[in-house]
Structures are given as C-alpha cells and as structure tokens.
Design a protein around this ligand. Structure first.
Ligand SMILES: Cc1cc2nc3c(=O)[nH]c(=O)nc-3n(C[C@H](O)[C@H](O)[C@H](O)COP(=O)(O)O)c2cc1C
Length: 423
C-alpha cells in the first residue's frame, strides 16, 4: 500500500509490491545494485541476462553512445552491450542473496542460452538459486555470438522450442522478452505461449543508427574505427513499445499478462503502458539518465493520479485505453473542426503563420501592424501544426464545428489551365 492506494499487482501469479521494475541491463547487473534499487522503492527486477560460462562474453569498448538533440541530453541511447560478462556462479549467488534479503521483492532472472541444452541448464540453475520468475531473452539485437538474441526472436519455431525447454527445466512463471525488430509481435508471442510462456515482456532495443561521426564517418558508438547497427532505447522508442503492448493486449487469443518496456522515465510514461495493457513496467535508459531515485516520483505521481480518479488498484487501469483504440477506418469523418485562437495571449511571433503557409492550408492571414494571425475558417485543415509551434501553451486549441460542416474546396494556382485538363 502507498498512502490511500494499493500499488501491488499480480503478474503471472507473482505478487509485486508495486509494478515498477528494473529492466535487464547494466542497471540490474549485480545484487549490490539491485539491493540499492529495492531500497529506493523499485518493486522488482529483471536481472541482467545470465549466460553459461561456455563462451566468454567480452563487451565492445566503448559499449554505449548517448544521443543528444539540441539542448536535450540523452533523448536516446545506442548500445552494443552483450549479456552479463560476470561468471554464472557470481550471478547465481547474487540472486540467492537478493531472495534471502528481499523476500517481498520480485527477482526475475533473465537468461539466454546459446544452445537448447544451455536454455535448460540456465532455467534450472536460476530456479535452484531461488528466482521468482524467468525472463527468456529472445531479443538482444546485437549479440556477437552466432545464433543468439534477436535472431532467435525472429524465428517462431526457436521461440517455441526454447520456451518448451525452459518449461521442462522449471516450474517458475516464464516471461518471453520480445524483439521490436519485426512487423508483428503477436506471431512470436503466440509461439512463446504454445511453448509454455506465462507472460510477455516488450520491447527490447530497436535496431538503429542514431549518429555518425562527421569527422571519421563511423556510426556510434565508435569501437576502434567500427560501428554497428545496434540497440536504440530511451524516450524516442516509447511509441514503438506502446504500440506492441497494445497490439498484444488486443489479441484475445494470446491473452497473456504483459510487461511494458521502452522509454519510460516518469509515472506518466508508466501509466500509459498500463492503459494499453501492461501490468508491470520495466526501465533502463531512464535510470541511466537520472538514477534509481526516479521511482519515488513514479510511486508518488501514480498514487496521486489514482486518488484523483478514485481508483484504488493499479489493475483497474490496465487496458483502459484499448476500447478507444480503433483502426483508422472506424473514425467518424462526418465530424470536423478547426483551430481556435485566444489572441489576447498572442505574443506576435508569427510562427503559426509560417507553419500554416509552408506545411498546412494557408488558412492564416498576417496582420503586420498588430502582429496577429487571422484565421480563414474554410481553409483550416485542423491539422493543428500551428499549435505545435506556438510558444504559448494552450493559446491555440481545437474547436469542433457543427455536424455536417465542410471545408470549401480551394484551387490555388492552376485555374487558367482548366480547359486543358483531361479527366
Ligand atoms: C546498455 C544496455 C544493455 C542492455 N542489456 C540487456 C540485456 O542484457 N538483456 C535484455 O533483455 N535487455 C537488455 N537491454 C534492453 C533493456 O532491458 C530494455 O529492454 C531497453 O533498453 C528498452 O528500455 P529503455 O528505453 O527503458 O531503456 C539493454 C539495454 C541497454 C541500454
């Protein structure tokens, strides 16, 4: 319980004190780190992906690149990090430690085998070490070991086979972590379900190139003169994560609990994932940017929101956006609107006029003397781009027009060529 609301959730039959988890990555690399995160308020962890000791894991150096946009730092993070490079024994001891000292917190061990036998051995080992659940990492997009990571997540049969193998080795809830580097996540998710998965987590990082050095022409991170198409994460990938969670939540045949990941930094981001169908959420880049303490704001912000909406349990929020999510051909096209200008607050910058002229309907005239726009209603496309560039929040709003209202068709330049038109 947090104040007046109950933040606890049930995910795949496991009780969480709150739905906020570290995702599998450097932020969940050791028991020492995870213990500090639990103390800070996180309810659970997807522990950094564990592998067997058969193939030594060597991280490229440097392994990450921070992508900045203008003044805003770390809008995205590019990484070529591999799975855990710590020994299997050290990781298993860390899981045992965490379960001994934090019995009320959830430890989900993330594993990746490089053969069927390894999936079995790892699932058994983390179960014996006392993990509460297992995340099957089918989704790292840049593993240097052949046949691993996202390559598995793109081959349905392997997703099913390795899930079945883990199922044989363990009775713990299995969560398949999916790659966004595909068209339809429901397909591999269904195969994971057939293999015995109890839940799905998504997304892992998006394959991309965020930046190229202008001096050396090397995609970042620059690993001794070479770059790679690799994993991109952070705020920029949130729309992609929300989309995949929503699509799986809408799939009644799948019907598995979902853990949402991708670009979560605030309680609002987390809430949006709950609204499209996630029961828990996981975070990496937000923690890399701001530290474990962001969970305090998540707990407080979500609790306040729930109180203000009269909602007592997080689970009441799960999937609440889905009834409002339709295919675009279900939109009501009879209803149209235009923009509405509160000109008393206008600062006369003229940005609305420029954007309307160059990328919309040329629906604004510019009164140079008073430095104010004047709207020609018939020409307004209601695209709202003027409101996106206006520096005064809330000055330009959307105004619904009476049902049946239509814009007049306008010919711009070509009128004198009408007689030559063959139609
Ligand atoms: C440096 C780095 C290392 C990661 N390592 C793993 C990993 O070992 N296993 C895994 O399942 N996901 C790994 N991820 C993916 C994250 O767990 C997460 O799915 C992704 O970063 C999207 O979430 P975010 O936008 O909050 O970072 C890693 C991400 C980063 C940035």
């Amino acid at each position: 319980m947090s104040g007046k609301v109950d933040l606890s959730v049930d995910f795949c039959g496991v009780k969480f004190i709150n739905p906020f988890m570290l995702s599998s990555s450097p932020v969940s690399n050791s028991a020492e780190m995870v213990a500090r995160a639990f103390e800070a308020g996180w309810g659970g962890v997807a522990y950094k992906t564990i592998v067997t000791d058969r193939i030594p894991i060597i991280h490229p150096s440097p392994r990450m690149h921070g992508y900045h946009y203008g003044d805003k730092r770390l809008v995205g993070l590019q990484n070529v990090e591999q799975t855990s490079d710590r020994g299997l024994k050290a990781n298993l001891l860390d899981i045992m430690y965490l379960k001994k000292h934090y019995p009320k917190h959830v430890v989900m061990a993330s594993i990746m085998g490089f053969s069927n036998q390894e999936w079995y051995d790892l699932a058994k080992a983390v179960t014996d070490a006392g993990a509460d659940m297992i995340e099957l990492n089918f989704s790292c997009p840049h593993m240097t070991v052949e046949g691993s990571g996202a390559k598995v997540g793109q081959v349905q049969e392997l997703v099913q086979k390795f899930t079945e193998t883990a199922r044989k080795a363990s009775n713990l809830p299995l969560v398949a972590k999916m790659t966004p580097n595909i068209t339809d996540m429901n397909e591999p998710a269904m195969y994971a379900k057939m293999g015995g998965a109890d839940g799905i987590s998504a997304i892992n990082t998006v394959r991309g190139i965020s930046e190229i050095g202008l001096d050396d022409w090397v995609p970042r991170p620059n690993v001794y003169g070479k770059g790679a198409i690799s994993g991109y994460s952070g705020p920029a990938v949130k729309p992609i994560g929300l989309r995949f969670i929503a699509e799986m939540a809408l799939n009644e045949e799948l019907g598995l609990p979902l853990s949402g990941i991708g670009g979560i930094e605030t309680w609002i981001d987390a809430l949006e994932y709950f609204l499209v169908g996630a029961t828990t959420i996981q975070v990496t880049t937000g923690i890399i940017h701001y530290g474990y303490r962001i969970v305090e704001d998540m707990i407080e912000g979500l609790s306040d929101y729930m109180v203000s909406r009269g909602i007592s349990r997080v689970e009441e929020l799960v999937g609440k956006a889905l009834p409002h999510l339709v295919e675009t051909d279900e939109f009501d096209l009879e209803s149209q609107g235009i923009t509405n200008y509160d000109l008393d607050r206008c600062v006369g910058c003229g940005q609305c006029y420029i954007v309307c002229n160059d990328s919309a309907g040329q629906a604004l005239e510019w009164d140079e003397e008073n430095r104010r726009p004047r709207l020609i209603e018939d020409k307004c496309l209601s695209c709202m781009v003027c409101s996106f560039v206006c520096p005064v929040e809330g000055l330009i709003t959307y105004k619904p027009m009476p049902k049946g209202w239509k814009r007049q068709e306008t010919v711009t330049l070509g009128k004198e060529l009408e007689s030559q038109l063959k139609l």
